[in-house]
Write a protein that binds this ligand. Structure first.
Ligand code: FES
Length: 213
């Protein structure tokens, strides 16, 4: 274990388990982590104005370290959101539990998921949408089923073999055109062939989509 991991582990161990105060403590300890000098594991640079930007990489590392040391992930004060990018992947931010095709479970705060069907690193994007000229603009035509909320919550994403990615938990999908859709569950296309993108319409079966695992 390197110094940064050890420091984060010590900080995590100091956090009380009182469920009433869990959200506040989580938020405060995360801010403290982000403010640590870079050589101690945070994102700020010594001698310069501290950069408080919460990069996806730092979010993931913090979340992983908390998970290791407390046995279970704790909520970050962020809602679950998915940006359906124009011609590119699905970028999800939130308190995410991922169930892989082999049944293994991981946790993350930021995922970049393939939706063109060509990634060699499924379910993650590896940039193949550029090579294959995936042109879907990411329009969202379905209506919300529930109101949007800024409250943090958990979401579980399951990778279905030779099929879509399903989710359970509040998720706000949005795009660069200002369209949005909030749902509690659904199936998201990752074969690239659905006519209802970003949602699955069953086309993966017709095209013989294989996830290769
Ligand atoms: S995964 Fe693309 S249509 Fe189902």
């Amino acid at each position: 274990m390197d110094d940064s991991t050890r420091n984060a582990a010590a900080a995590a161990a100091r956090v009380k388990q009182d469920p009433e105060s869990a959200s506040t403590e989580t938020s405060e300890s995360f801010v403290a982590f982000m403010n640590e000098p870079a050589e101690k594991g945070g994102t700020a640079t010594v001698g310069q104005e501290k950069d408080l930007t919460t990069s996806a990489k730092a979010l993931d590392r913090w979340f992983t370290e908390r998970q290791k040391n407390l046995g279970a992930p704790r909520l970050l004060e962020v809602p679950n959101e998915a940006l359906v990018s124009n011609g590119g992947p699905l970028q999800i931010t939130g308190n995410i539990t991922i169930v892989n095709e082999d049944g293994s479970v991981q946790y993350a705060n930021h995922l970049t998921l393939c939706r063109c069907g060509n990634s060699g690193s499924k379910p993650n994007c590896d940039g193949q949408h550029l090579e294959r000229e995936f042109l879907n603009p990411g329009k969202i035509s379905e209506a919300s089923e529930i109101p949007a909320s800024q409250r943090p919550s958990k979401i579980t994403i399951s990778c279905i073999k030779d099929g879509p990615i399903t989710f359970r938990g509040r998720l706000r999908l949005h795009n660069q055109f200002g369209q949005e859709c909030v749902k509690m569950r659904g199936s998201l296309c990752r074969c690239g062939h659905s006519t209802s993108k970003p949602f699955c319409d069953g086309s993966h079966e017709k095209v013989g989509f294989r996830t290769g695992r």
